[in-house]
Design a binder for this molecule. Structure first.
Ligand SMILES: C[S@@+](CC[C@H](N)C(=O)[O-])C[C@H]1O[C@@H](n2cnc3c(N)ncnc32)[C@H](O)[C@@H]1O
Length: 233
């Protein structure tokens, strides 16, 4: 897979052509252990791919993830951002997706806040980021994804990871509102792409295919269920 290498020009933060991986720093083992132990929905292989991309991309411009949850993907991404000059914006309202509400398949009673009587993943997220010593590398954005995107309109993004709501409307909205911020030469990662419908919901796959049909995004392949697209124009 190709990875971002350097600035083309300091004035125009455009991402350069692809390079090799010879200057990558490995993930700290204690952070890997914390990331693997965190509640969440990401394999180690997928996490490693995010870590490598973030390490490259954070030299160029901020990285963004939609769907912080308890910080599993965040730790891989933010650990990558330790080596760049830019941070990770991690976006989540922390109220949980539809499938994480009471009575739904991904409900977790440990994340239910008795005081507010609703799901709240924010304390667990902050605890994990703090324990990993990554507070300086992550800017938590606590809010509705579409609203946050509209408020950040115009910022350059080197890498976008979409793993928020999984309905077609949610994934499409995340794609429409966030992908336009990704710089040419930057990356869009989509989680939960299942080529076989029996393995999972099809919304991320539909958006993955739609993105490529625009001609602006080229596939760099799928690892596990993590698809990576390269912005070619
Ligand atoms: C599948 S989880 C993310 C998993 C996480 N990336 C990981 O590595 O384990 C989806 C998250 O997206 C958040 N979410 C869903 N819809 C959202 C929206 N419209 N705006 C902001 N956050 C949203 C939920 O609160 C939930 O925490």
């Amino acid at each position: 897979m190709g990875l971002v290498r350097r600035f083309v020009s300091k004035e125009t933060p455009q991402l350069a052509s692809l390079g090799d991986d010879d200057d990558l720093v490995p993930m700290r083992s204690e952070v890997r252990t914390l990331a693997l132990a965190a509640k969440g929905f990401l394999s180690e292989q997928e996490g490693d791919r995010l870590f490598i991309l973030a390490q490259r991309c954070s030299r160029i411009a901020p990285c963004v993830e939609i769907g912080s949850y308890c910080g599993k993907s965040t730790l891989f991404l933010a650990e990558g951002c330790r080596y760049g000059r830019y941070n990770l914006f991690s976006v989540d309202h922390h109220r949980g997706s539809v499938e994480q509400q009471q009575g739904e398949p991904y409900y977790d009673p440990e994340l239910f806040d008795e005081h507010t009587q609703r799901h709240n993943s924010l304390p667990e997220f902050l605890k994990n980021v703090e324990r990993a010593g990554l507070s300086n590398c992550v800017i938590p954005m606590i809010g509705e994804s579409e609203r946050v995107a509209k408020n950040l309109a115009g910022i350059p993004v080197s890498m976008l990871f979409i793993d928020g709501g999984h309905s077609l409307a949610d994934v499409e909205a995340d794609f429409v509102h966030w992908s336009k911020l990704v710089l040419p030469g930057g990356y869009l990662c989509l989680h939960d792409i299942y080529l076989n419908p029996e393995d999972g919901g099809q919304a991320p796959r539909q958006v993955w295919e739609k993105a490529q049909s625009t001609g602006s995004w080229r596939s760099l392949g799928i690892l596990g269920s993590l698809g990576v697209l390269f912005r070619c124009r």
